[in-house]
Structure formats: structure tokens, C-alpha cells
Design a protein around this ligand. Structure first.
Ligand code: KG4
Ligand code: ZN
Length: 388
């Protein structure tokens, strides 16, 4: 089953063709990051206008790259939420229109569910014909993520720990009470003048530290004991206090030295800071350590408590190598496998939309042409109490 997926929820315009929810036949992404970079974040009006000019060429290129015509497709899917209304509208309208014009089944896809299904995608070049199970229509192929799963969904707008006992069932264990993990990365990167998007910039800056030198900074962790919830907004404040409290601050672009200051967190690490100075790289690393520590600790605890077979990472922050390494190390002794998509499929892409669509279309699910965008869409959570 070959499905054309279209993704336009934010500042990326994507189209991809995926066979059987796993095999990527083509994948095209037009990114606007360089346009939004100068504003330090996504400007919604600019994003939707860019979506409009990119979407048709991106879809045409996806067909071309796959070497397929419309007659070779079995369905069309597009993101209908969550995301920016104006951006979503472009991809959804194009998806519905193409499906109608070509007489193909249409389904709208939840962007968050698609991030989870990015874990079903196979590396490009793995071949078009799947295992024998494909011919029999079996739901599972060897190498698929194994249920029951725990998913850590961490993107620019979401941080959720979700128990997934089987396809399509989502039980919410915990979520952020304020900023999303990716949002925290983006905000702190702005404070440190490291650029946009913040996640990769912070990761790069942290990696420039000499690992043999102890980080003079240790930032707070919001543990919210007894819950699987997260809170990341205090971290941005902590970093801002250090940067603002430091006299004659020089930020990343100016050589990276931050002089000792007077903020609470700065005072706590003051001795070390005065001796060695605190760099933007120290701050980036201390921030990343704090986020990774909380995300990993809660994920490992949930994996143990629920007895899941695997943990999957989903969303842009899943690209973070420090988080992957920490979870790998902590889950391995428990016999729980950690899975994450290849880096390119962690951040927004259309292959994951086509992957998620397969698992709905194969059950005969369809959406009508009256499907509207849902900017605030959540995962369709089922209550744990009624879990079977
Ligand atoms: O999933 P995504 O591409 O878009 C949304 O659906 O939100 O996630 C984008 C987020 C941004 O906040 C970005 O800074 C973050 O993912 N991100 C990272 C990394 N790469 C992207 N965060 C931490 N480390 C990374 N390597
Ligand atoms: Zn996303």
C-alpha cells in the first residue's frame, strides 16, 4: 500500500511516499528555518505564505523521486493538527483536493501520532518489497517496535510520556505543566544567542566543552515528585539569571566567556566560576544535563513500573544525542530496548505522516472532505483505569 503523506504543521513543508507504513520511497522537505532564523522563532504569517509557495513543487518532487504516477498510489494523508492554523490549512487543503481529484482515499493525521510512527520507518534503501508478512497483510513486520511500548513525545510544543499497549491506544502518564522540552531548548538558545532552532545549537555548544573539565554549573531540576509530569520553564529563568547577573556578559558569538555574577544559581557555583570562568558552553551543557536528567529518570521509572518491552522517542528533541545515550545506558540493564527514528525523521517530515496513515487506512478508516484543521489537537488519550 503506497501512501502520499503531506506535512505542513509549522515551518517545514514535506511530502513523502511510503510503502506499507515503513518503506520510504521518497521524502522531500522544504525548510523555512533560514527565513525564521533572523526572528529567533517561527512567524506564523510568514510560515503559511511559505507553505503556500512550496507545497505543490514539494508534492511533485516526491512523486518524481519515487518514480511513481498518481495511478500507483493507494491513499493520500495530510496533517490536520496540532500546529499553526494557517500552515496546517495549506497541506490539509492540498491533500483533500488531490485525493478528491484522483479518486483516492483520504485521511487526516495527528502530527503527534505521526512522530511516534516515525519509529516504524526503515532506513532509506532498505528495499521496496517488505517481508512475507506484507503479502499476508499482517500488522507486524520483524523489526517493528514491540508492544507494549512507552513513548516519550518531546517536540517544540509537547512533552508527554505515553503508554501504548497496542496500535491506536494512548494512555497519558504525564506531561509538561509549562514549557515543552523543545521550547525550553529554543528559549535558552535565544538567551545564550546560539541561534534558531535551539536544540541542535545547544547540543553543538555543549559538545564543545572539554569533558575532562568539571562543569562549574549545576542547574536545578523540577522533579515534581510522585508524578510523571515535567516542568521546564524554571530552567530558562535560571539561565537568564546567570546571564543577566553576570557583569560584562560576553555571549556565544563574542568568544563565550561569561563573567561571574550575582544570581542565585551563579552564587551557588561561584567559587568554581571565579576560578575557571563560566562559558556559554558550560551553560548549554548544564541546561542540557538538567533536561536530559529529568526526562530520562522519569522515562526509566515508567518503563520499570509498566513493564514495557520498548521505549520509543518521538519528536524533534528525540534527535538529542545526550538524551539517547543516557536512556540507552539506563534502559539496557532493564532489558528494555530504546528506539528512535533516524535524525532526519525525528524533526518534522512527511514520511511519518504516510507511516501513521497506513495503520489507519489498512483498517478502512477514512476522513471526509469536511475535515478541518485542529491547531490544538492532542493524542486521543484513553483513560488508564479502563485499560484492558
Ligand atoms: O518535532 P519538531 O520538529 O516540531 C514540532 O512538532 O514541534 O520539534 C522541534 C523542536 C525544536 O524545539 C527544536 O529545538 C528541537 O525540536 N530539537 C532538538 C534537537 N533537534 C531539534 N532539541 C534538542 N536536541 C536536538 N538535537
Ligand atoms: Zn513535530
Amino acid at each position: 500500500m503506497r501512501i502520499l503523506g503531506i506535512e505542513s504543521s509549522c515551518d517545514e513543508t514535506g511530502a513523502a511516499i511510503v510503502a506499507d507504513g515503513r518503506v520510504i520511497l521518497s521524502d522531500v522537505v522544504a525548510s523555512q528555518a533560514s527565513i525564521h532564523e533572523r526572528y529567533g522563532g517561527v512567524v506564523p504569517e510568514v510560515a503559511s505564505r511559505q507553505q503556500l509557495s512550496a507545497v505543490i513543487p514539494v508534492v511533485e518532487t516526491a512523486l518524481e523521486q519515487a518514480g511513481l504516477g498518481w495511478g500507483d498510489l493507494d491513499g493520500v494523508a495530510a496533517t490536520y493538527g496540532p500546529g499553526l492554523a494557517g500552515s496546517l490549512l495549506v497541506g490539509l487543503t492540498v491533500g483533500k483536493t488531490l485525493a478528491l481529484a484522483r479518486g483516492l482515499p483520504f485521511i487526516g493525521i495527528n502530527h503527534l501520532e505521526a512522530h511516534i510512527y516515525a519509529n516504524w520507518l526503515r532506513p532509506v534503501g532498505a528495499g521496496v518489497s517488505g517481508p512475507e508478512e506484507a503479502a499476508t497483510g499482517a500488522a507486524g513486520w520483524p523489526g517493528d517496535p514491540a508492544f507494549p511500548l512507552l513513548a516519550l513525545v518531546i517536540s517544540g510544543a509537547h512533552s508527554e510520556l505515553v503508554h501504548i499497549p497496542r496500535h491506536g491506544r494512548y494512555e497519558l502518564l504525564g506531561q509538561t505543566r509549562d514549557d515543552a522540552a523543545g521550547e525550553a531548548f529554543d528559549k535558552v538558545a535565544r538567551v545564550l544567542a546560539l541561534g534558531y532552532p535551539g536544540g541542535p545549537a545547544i547540543q553543538r555548544a555543549a559538545a564543545t566543552r572539554d569533558p575532562a573539565r568539571k562543569n562549574p554549573l549545576h542547574l536545578p531540576r523540577a522533579w515534581l515528585p510522585g508524578t510523571y509530569d515535567f516542568s521546564f520553564s524554571g530552567l530558562k529563568t535560571a539561565v537568564s539569571q546567570i546571564v543577566e547577573g553576570a557583569e560584562g556578559v560576553e555571549r556565544a558569538g563574542d568568544g563565550g566567556e561569561i563573567a561571574p555574577g550575582t544570581s542565585r544559581y551563579e552564587r551557588e557555583g561561584a567559587a568554581a566560576a571565579r576560578a575557571g570562568g563560566v562559558t556559554a558552553a558550560d551553560l548549554a551543557a548544564a541546561f542540557q544535563d538538567s533536561v536530559v536528567d529529568v526526562l530520562a529518570t522519569k522515562t526509566v521509572r515508567a518503563a520499570k513500573e509498566l513493564g514495557v518491552r520498548q521505549v520509543v522517542l518521538a519528536g524533534g528533541v528525540a534527535a538529542n544525542t545526550a538524551l539517547r545515550a543516557r536512556l540507552d545506558a539506563d534502559l539496557d540493564p532493564l532489558g528494555v530496548a530504546l528506539r528512535y527514528p533516524p535524525i532526519a525523521y525525528c524533526t518534522d517530515n512527511a514520511a511519518m505522516i504516510a507511516a501513521a496513515a497506513y495503520f489507519h487506512l489498512r483498517l478502512g478508516e477514512r476522513h471526509g472532505y469536511d475535515l478541518d484543521v485542529r491547531p490544538g489537537l492532542q493524542l486521543p488519550f484513553a483513560s488508564r483505569a479502563t485499560a484492558t
